[in-house]
Write a protein that binds this ligand. Structure first.
Ligand code: UDP
Ligand code: MG
Length: 313
């Protein structure tokens, strides 16, 4: 590494991307080698069942810039990206998807922004045309929740970012939480931020790895790791039912003095149903938080590495 040009690490998580990984690496290599920087590409194979890792080994043999880490199983994109951040040596690190939905052409601009002082460069989606309705709604929900309750702006944000090594150090060493939401965390950190806009490209090969359930899971993680407001809502629900209870009890006592029959069966059924569902929902919400606490307390590693290629040590 020479002292004048900066060193850039490009971190790419890949899960069953055998069809397109070579093309992606070639494309990224073409773009980055045009920039006046030293660079490395670190691909994290997130437990692919196809030949992704074998292809990466071949690429690494031909080009020492290319390094790969194979995780022992599929740990999810968040963990895969974290592994990449931990192993990256760059002065700045760029995280980018392996399916070319994030245009590599944006990288020179990101680097320029970083060189003029930005410590976090967010690539923001201008359009999200190709995404399914479920995905768009989940994204909308996640962004609304995080921006509204967590107090940070993640609207239309993506995992395509440039992070200064100081920021990466904070993400890796000072935010040890097990349940991670990269997009939220990078906005939460603060520091000097800059924004670039891009159009989401169509996925060329393979298919999106997100199912409805994995998106729901991500939404719950986003919610529970960024705000405890739902727990407060539970308390408010409790208060509301308490006040209602007083009214119903008052009415019942009053009717005894008035000598009329205790008010009807329907009232009782309705109260039981409403209160019952409040309790069930509340238990569910509390359960979600307890589950997150359980995950944190277990303190298992975010990922396990099966093998590595291209690294010196
Ligand atoms: N990915 C991963 N682990 C997973 C799921 C996805 O490393 O468990 C990677 C995937 O290979 C891709 C990126 O994360 O590089 C984004 O995934 P995908 O394209 O499926 O998501 P989408 O673009 O639909 O949001
Ligand atoms: Mg994609």
């Amino acid at each position: 590494m020479n002292t004048t040009s900066p060193y850039i690490s490009i971190v790419i998580p890949a899960f069953n991307e055998g069809l397109g990984i070579k093309r992606t690496i070639k494309h990224v290599t073409n773009v980055i080698s045009e920039c006046q920087v030293d660079w490395e590409i670190i691909v994290i194979d997130d437990g692919s069942a196809d030949d992704t890792y074998q292809q990466l080994c071949d690429l690494s043999q031909d080009d020492a810039h290319i390094k790969a880490i194979k995780l022992s199983r599929n740990f999810g994109k968040e963990s895969a990206m974290l592994a990449g951040l931990e192993y990256a040596n760059g002065d700045a690190i760029i995280t980018i998807d392996s399916d070319l939905q994030h245009p590599p052409e944006l990288m020179p601009e990101m680097i320029a922004k970083w060189q003029t002082g930005a410590q976090i460069v967010h690539a923001v989606k201008r359009t999200r045309n190709q995404e399914s309705v479920a995905k768009k709604s989940a994204a909308f929900l996640i962004n609304k929740i995080i921006s509204g309750l967590g107090g940070i702006n993640t609207n239309n944000s993506s995992d395509y970012k440039l992070l200064d090594k100081e920021i990466v150090d904070i993400l890796v060493h000072q935010l040890p939480e097990k349940e991670r939401f990269f997009r939220g965390l990078t906005s939460w950190i603060g520091f000097t931020e800059a924004y670039l806009y891009f159009d989401v490209e169509e996925r060329l090969d393979g298919e999106s790895k997100w199912s409805f359930w994995s998106l729901l899971e991500l939404s719950i993680t986003a919610l529970t790791t960024f705000t405890s407001l739902p727990l407060r809502i539970v308390s408010v629900l409790g208060l509301i039912t308490l006040v209602l209870g007083f009214f119903v009890a008052g009415d019942a006592i009053w009717s005894i003095f008035e000598g009329r029959a205790v008010s009807g069966f329907a009232t009782i059924i309705i109260s039981i149903l409403i209160i019952g569902s409040f309790i069930m929902i509340s238990l569910g919400i509390i359960g979600e938080y307890i589950a997150k606490i359980y995950e944190e307390v277990k303190a298992r590693p975010h990922y396990l590495i099966k093998s590595k290629v291209g690294f010196k040590k």
